[in-house]
Design a protein around this ligand. Structure first.
Ligand code: PLP
Length: 291
């Protein structure tokens, strides 16, 4: 089940809408051109997690697309309305809250903004808990293009996720579970819906590593929350550049994201890599404590 709430100036708390009937105009540029941005946020016991970080990133994505970003308070109120209604109707322990903003109906000049809240599927973490077989797939851009070509919208979370979904389907057709994109100059980037994190230990120093944020990847809110919590617990942290050899040699590799949290990677391109259930458990506890 999904609860829909549209941001609407006539409804300060947001306008509840029926998710079982059509709600968007067929000429909405979000539908016809993928012109829009989104966020997927976790809520636990009816309370949104890391909402400030999600709204910050969404505002930055909107700016990259020249979209007018509705006031933060109107998002916060709509999220609160959606979660209250979801808790009444279904009362899930955990919910996925999507925040969506499109350029709006062609010619109207005003954006369409809405929130969709639904229970987290029971098996969303079970499927990845046993470990993911990952394929490295070339994204076809070099790791310095984001700055040179801002129109590619690398690092923005847009509604145009068809490429990311196609990469996942490609991996599944090859018998793999997920993907890590690489740049044309051989750097590790991110998953289609996740950030990449490695654990290494050198000279007794435990370190978490992730690719450089400037390499055209989405800045992950989960990666940042985990890095902050891990640093407070004595871990060192570092930001790329990383190459596939670093993945193969790490003590553990995870794909991390707001809903799935830490999903351990157990093989890359068919070759088994090191993984550590104990580290996954410890870092998941640190992350949950920080959410
Ligand atoms: N990278 C990409 C391309 C994503 O789509 C996502 C999430 O959907 C992430 C990273 C992880 O972001 P977060 O941790 O904020 O969920």
């Amino acid at each position: 089940m999904t609860v829909l709430v549209f941001l609407d100036p006539k409804f300060p708390e947001g306008r509840l809408a029926d998710a079982a009937v059509p709600q968007l105009m067929a000429t909405d540029l979000g539908a016809t051109r993928g012109a829009g941005v989104l966020e997927s946020m976790l809520a636990v016991d009816g309370a949104p997690r890391k909402m400030g970080a999600h709204l910050d990133r969404m505002a930055a994505s909107a700016q990259a697309l020249d979209l007018v970003f509705p006031e933060r308070e109107s998002w916060e109120r709509a999220v609160s309305t959606a979660l209250s209604e979801l808790m009444i109707q279904a009362g899930p322990a955990e919910a996925v809250v999507k925040l969506l903003l499109s350029r709006g109906v062609e010619g109207a000049g005003s954006p369409t903004a809405w929130v969709a809240a639904s229970p987290v599927a029971a098996d969303v973490r079970e499927r990845s808990a046993e470990g993911l077989a990952v394929l490295l797939l070339d994204r076809g851009y070099d790791s310095t293009v984001a700055d040179r070509a801002p129109w590619l919208l690398l690092g923005a979370k847009t509604l145009s996720y068809a490429v990311n979904m196609a990469a996942l389907r490609y991996a599944k057709a090859q018998g793999a579970d997920d993907v890590i994109f690489t740049s044309s100059d051989g750097k590790v980037l991110e998953g289609p819906t996740s950030s990449v994190i490695l654990a290494v230990e050198e000279d007794g120093v435990k370190t978490l590593l992730t690719p450089e944020l400037e390499s055209g990847i989405l800045p992950g809110t989960t990666q940042r929350a985990l890095f902050d919590a891990a640093e407070a617990a004595g871990w060192a942290r570092g930001y790329g550049p990383l190459e596939p050899a670093h993945l193969m040699e790490a003590d553990a590799v995870w794909l991390v994201s707001s809903i799935r949290l830490l999903a351990p990677v157990t093989s890359i391109d068919g070759t088994a890599i090191a993984s550590s259930p104990a580290l996954t458990e410890a870092l998941t506890a640190l992350l949950r404590g920080a959410l």
